[in-house]
Design a protein around this ligand. Sequence first.
Ligand code: NAP
Ligand code: ZN
Length: 352
Amino acid sequence: MEGRKAFGWAARDTSGILSPFSFNLRETGAEDVMLNVLYCGVDHTDLHQMRNEIHSTNYPLVPGHEIVGEVVELGPEVKKFRVGDLVGVGCIVGSCGECSPCQSNMEQYCPNIIPTINGTNKDGSFTRGGFSSAMVVHQRFVVRIPENLAPDQAAPLLCAGVTAYSPLKQFMGSNRVLRAGILGLGGVGHLGVIIAKAMGHHVTVISSSDKKRQEALDILGADAFLVSSNAAEMEGAANSLDYILDTVPAFHPLGSYLSLLTVDGKLIVVAAVPKPLQFDAVDIILGKKAITGSFIGSMEETQEILEFWAEKGLKSFIEVVRMDYVNKAFERMERNDVRFRFVLDVAGSNLE
Ligand code: NAP
Ligand code: ZN
């Protein structure tokens, strides 16, 4: 059971360039699930971590935290999965299990979470992400992929999807049509548009250029589109939005976005911006506006977004590529040239 080899691709230094890397999987414990990775989404947080832009990165780093795989082995105490099941793993693979967030099914806010990448397992080994052939994960952090959801489609939901779903859930079932803003139309943002539309909201995309206008309106079904540098367009939309989901991963002063919010409106920051954000006090005082944050979602919410997606027959917009394209994929992500999420066909790639 011990010392089985997995093959993955890892970053070795702050250049973030990935290359083949083999490592030993940890032993499958009593409550662990071993899975062979089929697909893995490519998220901007992977890039931040590969380059040591957030937290401090331990190299070699095997990224990937939107993982869909097939169960190949189970610890003796795992009852909820069977060999052959299609399962998902997101951003975390462990938590203390005892603190207040853990006890109230919000394990993502546990002060001792074990992240799927750049973390340390309870046995002292490093965590390795889904840009690899196989993983061993505690059953609490494994979700079931619904039968009518394609595995490559499911991958982006495990981080980007639940990151948009968790904070938007509070607005579900509103008795009026809420006016939503989605700031930044990348992996998280495009799923935010689809989720907000599925919740019945009127959705405005706020983008850094005009390039995605047609796609936002015609393909994703957004109702309106604003270019953030277009002062007239931004002014025309002042005081109109109930909330904005902010997914922009680079520094951006918040004032012009706060001005789009109506009284009591909320700016929900999910982007891991490497520099401090900025706003003037009056931007939130006038209009009783709030700036809040949100971190992925709980395991329960991760299961919920998968069911929500399958039930409503929703579709994410992905580009499936093999591992030998991964460095190019990150380069294109950085150039903002993705529609809208890369998903790696890990099982179909030569990893060695
Ligand atoms: P992404 O695919 O790269 O999308 C980001 C979008 O932001 C771009 O498509 C672009 O949209 C816009 N943008 C504006 N200025 C930009 C700039 N200078 N550089 C890059 N993009 C710019 O990223 P993602 O995977 O959606 O992730 C978005 C952020 O959320 C990242 O910081 C990531 O770390 C974070 N994240 C947080 C959580 C959480 O739990 N809180 C979970 C997942 C990801 P336009 O073309 O429309 O302007
Ligand atoms: Zn805890």
